[in-house]
Every structure is written in structure tokens, then in C-alpha cells.
Design a protein around this ligand. Structure first.
Ligand SMILES: Cc1cc2nc3c(=O)[nH]c(=O)nc-3n(C[C@H](O)[C@H](O)[C@H](O)COP(=O)(O)OP(=O)(O)OC[C@H]3O[C@@H](n4cnc5c(N)ncnc54)[C@H](O)[C@@H]3O)c2cc1C
Length: 463
């Protein structure tokens, strides 16, 4: 079905302003990323400096001196990177707003292997260096380090936990395990960090007898721990107590898909944009300990919030049996899949399956002046989630709904199909949410049709 659109004139975005004259959040996000990268780079420089200034010509030329220096350098830089990794997933609001959780998690994952390499090098080089210095064998020295040096045994246990978290994060291993198992193993990283901290202060050449560096390093660790406690624990708990959310309805939308409406106090204070998601924790037996991300399927209508969930695994499947009145904790809102990242005044929204959920909320949140075209793919008309709601929204604001029906092999949306449906696609911001295959083909079609990278936005439903 196609609905005629008003003939809106395309407004190109000047460099630092959005079409509505407000500061461009994309440019702001680039600035924040630049500043944060510069800060991380400076911190890394200072960490390397810390390792170098702890050495003297004599210590470097002594037996085992170079290996020991290499080990210290690897240890300091590896731990510094671990702290950065923790900060990337600490849910710090300005980072979440500017960068988006999916991108932060991607960076966290990309960085992940380096601390492991560096901390392995730390252990090996320190052992070799100390063995050379003591003119003894490396295995013997390893035993001495474990049994006679303060906190080395605890740190070695912590390192084992880190390796466990890293191995379970390898894609092939992760695919074979439940998300909850992977997540629980990951929690041990905090224990690993705690175990290694006192070892650094007790034995690190940069800290022993250097109260200033000791204080600065400790402050950095304390700040990181504080941010994690505040944003991953205290804020969600405080927010949940403030809003007192409870389940008020669970309604089937399609086979295996339910909408859950929760109600609470001061929901309007949540400052949600259409397309964003929360981490949801349903406080009922078997579910209370796990939080899962689900996007809002409509803008909040105080006192109500609605999510729509497709049963894909144990958590999502259990939600259809939720008892009314169940208490709910939310963490968020998160995500940059909103109209705030828009550069142009024409928008194309593409959704399929349960990926229509954030598309529906985003459509509701688009300013009236934005020219919108919506493309949805489903096997049959009755499988299109929120078809009537989207038709209603488009009738009120103007805009076209294109339905591509059929199975995923025949009803493909390639560059040709996209251009036929939406001839001016190259001048639009393109938002995509759906199964991996559809998302990949829309993204590649959009690029082939000339949509610039900063006007392509997609939400992935699996981290
Ligand atoms: C930003 C975002 C928004 C989402 N919005 C919706 C939505 O509106 N409606 C909807 O039906 N689904 C949504 N999802 C997907 C939903 O989170 C997963 O389907 C659900 O968590 C699966 O959990 P499970 O225990 O049922 O299945 P499992 O079998 O445990 O997991 C299935 C897959 O989902 C992913 N997953 C599981 N738990 C999590 C988690 N806590 N965090 C991140 N990924 C996880 C894993 O990649 C896993 O392979 C969203 C996902 C993300 C990342």
C-alpha cells in the first residue's frame, strides 16, 4: 500500500546545525568521541611514562633488567586498557547518549584481546626477568613469585578469571552458550580486577615508595569503580523505586509476540525518544536476576510504557506468562536509533519482524515536518506488527507505507527494489531494524544508492 506524501522540500543539514536549527547531535557526538579518544590516548601516554620513569640506567642494564621493564610496561598498559573496557560498559549517560550502547559494546569487544595479551606478557616477562636476576630457572622463579610475593597468587587467580571471560566471549564459544552463562562469567571480571589491584600497589616499581603515583592510580581505580556502582546499580535501583513500575497488561500481537504494558509514577520524567530501549528486569521468580534489552514499541503515554517482545529464548518466552502486578525495574533509556541522529528532513524507515517495534515508536516521534516513507517486510499482511497503528500515524502526518510480502528469499529488498519504492532514497536518512540478513541487504542497498554513511542508522537486536 502506498499513501501519497506531501511534497516536502529537502533541507540539507548545514555542518553544525540540524534542519530545525538545534545543534547537530551527530557533530556533538563526534566531538565527544574525539575528546574521549584524546583523553584515553593521554592516559595511555601517562601510563607508559609511569613505567619508563620507574627505571634507571642501572636497572635496565642489570641481568633480567630489560625483560623486567617489558613486563612492568605490559602490566601497566594491560591494566589501563582493562579499566577503559570497564568504563565503556559502565553505562555513563553522556557516553550512551553520544555514542550509543551498541557502538560502545563493539569497542569494548574489539579492545578485549589486548589486556589478555599484555597481561600474559607481563607474567612471562617478569618471571623471566626475575629468574635471570636471581640466576635461577623460570619455573622455580614462578613458584617463588606465587608463594613469596604479596598478592601475586590472588592476582594469578584473577588472571585466570579474565582468561575465562575472554574465552567465553570468542564468537564460536559464545554462540554455544546461554547468554546468562556468558554474562555470569563476565561478572567475575570485577572480582579479577579487585584481586589484582593490591598486587599492583604492593609490588609495582612505579608505586612502591612513590606516594603521588600511588594516589593518582588509586583515584583512577576508585573513580572507575564508583562510576560502575553508580550507573549500573544505584541509578537503576533509584529510578525503579521512583517510578514503581508494574505490569498492567500482557497482550498477544502475533504468534509468539506479546506486548507488555507497565504503569508507574512520573513516567514522563524518563525522557525517552522513539526508537530507544531499556534494560528490563521483571521481579518475579526465575527472572529477577537478569536484565534484557527491549525497545519501546510506542512513545510513553504516562503512566504507561509498552514493549513488544518476540519469544526467541527462555527469557523472552517466559514473558507471555507474566502475572499482572509484577514489579519491573528499568535501566535506560539507551540508544541513538532516534530522530535526533537525523541529518535530512526526509526519512526512510525499514523494518521487519519484531524489528518493527522501534520503527513504530520512531515514526510516532518524528517531527511533523519530516517527510517519511516506511517499508516493512513480512510473509503476509497479518504478520506485520502494528500495521494499523502505523497506518493511523501516517494518515495523520502524511507519508507512505510500502509492504513487501512473501518469504525472505523471494521478497528481497535490494537496491533496485528500494529505488523503485522510494526514488529519492539517496536524499533520505535511512533507519533499519530487522533480522540480520534483511538489515545487511538494506544497508548495502542504501550505500549503493548513494546514502552517505552518517545518514544510515540501524539497530541490532543482538549484541
Ligand atoms: C538494543 C536491543 C533492543 C531490543 N529490542 C527488542 C524488542 O523490542 N523486542 C524483542 O522481542 N527483542 C528485542 N531485542 C532482542 C532481545 O533482547 C533478545 O531477543 C532477548 O534478550 C533474548 O533473550 P532470551 O533469554 O529470550 O533468549 P536467548 O536464547 O538467551 O538469547 C537469544 C539471543 O539474544 C541475545 N541476547 C540474549 N539476552 C541478551 C541481553 N540481555 N542483552 C543483549 N542481547 C541478548 C543473544 O545474542 C542471544 O543469542 C533487543 C535487543 C537489543 C540488543
Amino acid at each position: 500500500m502506498s499513501v501519497m506524501t506531501e511534497d516536502a522540500t529537502l533541507v540539507y543539514t548545514p555542518p553544525q546545525r540540524r534542519p530545525d536549527g538545534r545543534p547537530d547531535p551527530v557533530a556533538r557526538s563526534h566531538r565527544i568521541v574525539d575528546w574521549a579518544s584524546a583523553g584515553v590516548g593521554l592516559g595511555m601516554g601517562a601510563t607508559v611514562g609511569l613505567a619508563i620513569t620507574a627505571e634507571t640506567r642501572g636497572s635496565l642494564t642489570a641481568p633480567g633488567g630489560l625483560a623486567t621493564f617489558g613486563g612492568r610496561l605490559a602490566g601497566l598498559t594491560g591494566t589501563y586498557l582493562l579499566l577503559i573496557m570497564v568504563l565503556l560498559v559502565a553505562r555513563i549517560p553522556f557516553m550512551e547518549r553520544a555514542v550509543g550502547q551498541d557502538r560502545l559494546l563493539r569497542w569494548h569487544r574489539r579492545l578485549g584481546q589486548w589486556p589478555i595479551y599484555l597481561l600474559t606478557a607481563h607474567g612471562v616477562l617478569i618471571t623471566v626477568g626475575y629468574a635471570e636476576q636471581a640466576r635461577t630457572g623460570a619455573w622455580h622463579q614462578f613458584g617463588v613469585l606465587l608463594t613469596s610475593y604479596p598478592d601475586v597468587l590472588a592476582t594469578t587467580v584473577g588472571f585466570g578469571l579474565l582468561v575465562m571471560a575472554a574465552v567465553t566471549s570468542i564468537r564460536a564459544a559464545r554462540r554455544r552458550m546461554r547468554y546468562e552463562t556468558w554474562w555470569t562469567v563476565h561478572l567475575y571480571v570485577y572480582l579479577a580486577l579487585a584481586l589484582s589491584f593490591s598486587h599492583q600497589l604492593a609490588t609495582g616499581a612505579s608505586f612502591v615508595g612513590h606516594p603521588l603515583t600511588r594516589a593518582v592510580w588509586s583515584a583512577m581505580w576508585a573513580a572507575t569503580a564508583g562510576l560502575v556502582v553508580v550507573y549500573r546499580f544505584l541509578v537503576p535501583v533509584a529510578r525503579s523505586l521512583r517510578h514503581g513500575l508494574r505490569v498492567v497488561s500482557v497482550t498477544p500481537e502475533a504468534p509468539g509476540v506479546v506486548s507488555i504494558v507497565v504503569a508507574g509514577r512520573k513516567v514522563e520524567k524518563l525522557a525517552v525518544s522513539g526508537g530507544q530501549f531499556f534494560q528490563w528486569r521483571f521481579l518475579t521468580k526465575g527472572l529477577w536476576w537478569q536484565a534484557h534489552p527491549y525497545s519501546l514499541s510506542a512513545l510513553p503515554r504516562p503512566p504507561y510504557l509498552r514493549v513488544t517482545v518476540k519469544a526467541l529464548g527462555d527469557h523472552s518466552d517466559t514473558l507471555r506468562g507474566l502475572t499482572l502486578g509484577t514489579r519491573v525495574m528499568v535501566e535506560g533509556p539507551y540508544g541513538t536509533f532516534t530522530h535526533h541522529s537525523r541529518r535530512a528532513d526526509r526519512v526512510l524507515l525499514v523494518g521487519a519482524g519484531v524489528g518493527i517495534t522501534p520503527i513504530r515508536a520512531l515514526l510516532e516521534d518524528l517531527p511533523p515536518a519530516v517527510d517519511v516513507a516506511v517499508v516493512v517486510r513480512a510473509s503476509a499482511t497479518e504478520d506485520i506488527l502494528f500495521r494499523h497503528e502505523m497506518q493511523g500515524l501516517l494518515e495523520r502526518r502524511g507519508g507512505a507505507l510500502h509492504e513487501i510480502l512473501g518469504d525472505r528469499h523471494t521478497a528481497r529488498i535490494d537496491a533496485r527494489a528500494l529505488r523503485r519504492l522510494v526514488p529519492d532514497v539517496a536524499e533520505r536518512d535511512v533507519y533499519v531494524c530487522g533480522p540480520e540478513g534483511l538489515t545487511a541487504s538494506i544497508l548495502s542497498a542504501a550505500r549503493r544508492l548513494g546514502v552517505p554513511e552518517d545518514r544510515i542508522h540501524h539497530e541490532q537486536f543482538a549484541f
